[in-house]
Design a protein around this ligand. Structure first.
Ligand SMILES: Cc1nc(C(=O)O)sc1CCOP(=O)(O)O
Ligand SMILES: C=C1C=NC(C(F)(F)F)=NC1=N
Ligand SMILES: [Mg+2]
Length: 516
């Protein structure tokens, strides 16, 4: 009889014998996993006849018992009882949970697949004696589960489930994330998937193909374990020279970061001039084949502006490439929910990687935060009060563990990258409202709204400053960039004779304030 409190969900292997590499057996892969850090096993063999399934289950149970690791049986309650497994896992389309619990009794572990918050509401109604853990997914695209109907929920979808569990006070429930999890993305899931009250993160992750289809299941398991066991995550390696935050502006001039723009046509020319004005070197490229080379150029930084015409696969490739190179990315979710097509595109980009900064106008930030309604065009709604804007900016910072910027007459900057830790189980320990933020005030500069790409080009300046900063000073870099941009605009406004001279004046003043 298993002690439910002591179950370790950290690395939960779910088997699949249809993907075994040549010469590897189910038992071999499972044993390699157990030897290298798997803490829980689920036998999930969808199209195996009962006799074979029972034989496999008995063999797997023998191995799990020798490692003192619980064995869960997928779907087949009869087999789970027949071999005295530690528990049973069922999906939404399987035997109803209350029946399962009645069949297996109170001591067995019962797991359920959950993809929607309504399913959390149901398990909350059933109370603490029904379900012990839930598999939350699918987080990313997966080829393993054939009949997957759910669209990938991303780390933010996991956060939504965790938040609901907290709202419904389901303290007894443990959670594992599942679906398309691999070494290149589990760090981000652990880092970003947090309940909004800061009191719950996932208890572990569940893996199928990364181990079951591996030619070296032991090595694959060790790699996954290393990521799970480290307490903090570092997504951006600042350049050596960028260590001292106080001289970011001098670093921008000295290091001349490469700002790789993937942006809309209107912003391309003006953004390049703004980059040059502050002493950076711009490149505008949607040529996916060159992204890796560009990300390797010292002090490179990616500015992704979703007003671009590039295909979503190009944007996702750019995000993965810069994340792999540990170089920062600034994301400007232009017109976040102005159309359903843009909403889908922006959400896909948001779940594709880790961003150093997410910058938008009020409508965009309200949209990304989940607080806002729909937007008209790409102009911000503007009717939101300052405290709502602060709340939305902190929410974006928290959800994506990034530095969030909400532009307006008063710019709001919030820092969600705090503490780079991502402890399993007990959550971040901070809620969105506790995140540090600053207001960048200044005079109103209406002419900003009368020129092209003024918001987009703030992204260029933010990217330039982040490119010259160390990871721990990204918040400071963004604050300095936003302040400098506002100062240049205010100065340009004084001498402007209209929108044309304002545009030229803005570039002149960006150039001059960098020299001061
Ligand atoms: C078994 C399973 N359940 C899912 C869910 O979303 O409930 S996704 C999935 C397959 C996950 O396999 P892989 O790690 O190879 O992507
Ligand atoms: C469909 C499934 C979803 N989640 C899980 C687990 F991760 F184990 F919780 N197992 C499944 N078979
Ligand atoms: Mg914008």
């Amino acid at each position: 009889m298993v002690n439910k409190e002591s179950v370790d969900y950290t690395l939960y292997l779910v088997t699949d014998s249809t993907m075994l590499p040549e010469g590897k057996t189910l038992l071999f892969q499972v044993e390699q996993g157990l030897k290298n850090g798997v803490t829980m096993v689920q036998l999930r063999e969808k199209d195996t006849d009962a006799k074979t399934f029972v034989a496999e289950a008995l063999a797997v149970k023998k191995i799990c018992d020798s490692f003192n690791v619980p064995l869960i049986i997928n779907d087949r309650v009869d087999v789970a009882l027949a071999i005295d497994a530690s528990g049973i896992h069922v999906g939404q389309e399987d035997i109803p949970i209350p029946m399962v619990r009645k069949l297996v009794g109170p001591d067995k572990i019962v797991g359920w697949s959950v993809g929607k918050v309504e399913e959390v509401d149901r398990l909350a109604e059933w109370g603490p004696d029904m379900i012990d853990y839930i598999g939350v997914g699918t987080v990313f695209e997966t080829q393993t589960k054939k009949d997957i109907k759910k669209i990938p929920m991303g780390p933010e979808g996991v956060s939504r489930i965790l938040t609901r569990l907290e709202e419904k006070k389901c303290d007894w429930i443990r959670t594992v994330a599942i679906g398309g999890l691999h070494p290149d993305n589990i760090g981000r899931v652990l880092f970003q998937a947090q309940a909004l009250n800061g009191k719950r993160s996932v208890d572990g992750i569940s893996i199928v193909s990364d181990i079951m289809a591996s030619h070296d299941a032991g090595q694959s398991t060790r790699i996954l374990r290393q990521i799970l066991d480290k307490g903090s995550f570092h997504f951006f390696e600042g350049s050596e020279e960028a260590k001292d935050a106080s001289t970011i502006k001098e670093n921008v001039k000295k290091l001349a970061p490469l700002i790789h723009h993937i942006t809309n046509r209107v912003h391309q020319n003006f953004g390049a001039n703004v980059a040059l004005a502050i002493g950076c070197s711009p490149i505008m490229s949607e040529v996916a084949e060159e992204f890796e080379d560009l990300s390797k150029i010292p002090h490179s930084v990616l500015l992704l502006n979703s007003g671009t015409v590039a295909d979503i696969s190009v944007l996702q490739h750019a995000v993965k490439t810069y994340n792999a190179q540990k170089r920062p990315i600034v994301f400007d979710p232009v017109g976040f929910s102005a159309s359903s097509a843009r909403l889908v595109l922006n959400k896909k980009v948001l779940s594709a990687g880790q961003f150093a900064c997410i910058k938008g106008n009020t409508g965009e930030i309200m949209g990304v935060s989940g607080l806002g309604g729909n937007m008209k065009g790409v102009d911000s709604c503007g009717e939101d009060t300052l405290e709502t804007r602060i709340k939305a900016t902190q929410l974006v910072a928290f959800k994506y563990r990034t530095v969030a910027v909400c532009t307006g007459e008063i710019d709001v900057v919030a820092d969600g990258s705090v503490s780079s830790t991502a402890p399993l189980k007990r959550g971040l320990g901070a809620s969105p409202a506790e995140l540090p933020y600053e207001l960048i005030k200044g005079e109103d500069v209406p002419l900003f709204g009368r020129i092209t790409a003024s918001g987009c080009s703030l992204g260029t300046v933010i990217a330039g400053f982040i490119g010259a900063a160390a990871e721990e000073s990204i918040y400071s870099a963004v604050l300095q960039a936003v302040s400098l941009y506002k100062l240049a605009g205010t100065k340009a406004n004084v001498t402007a004779k209209g929108s044309g001279s304002f545009l030229v004046g803005l570039v002149d003043n960006l150039y001059n304030v960098m020299e001061e």
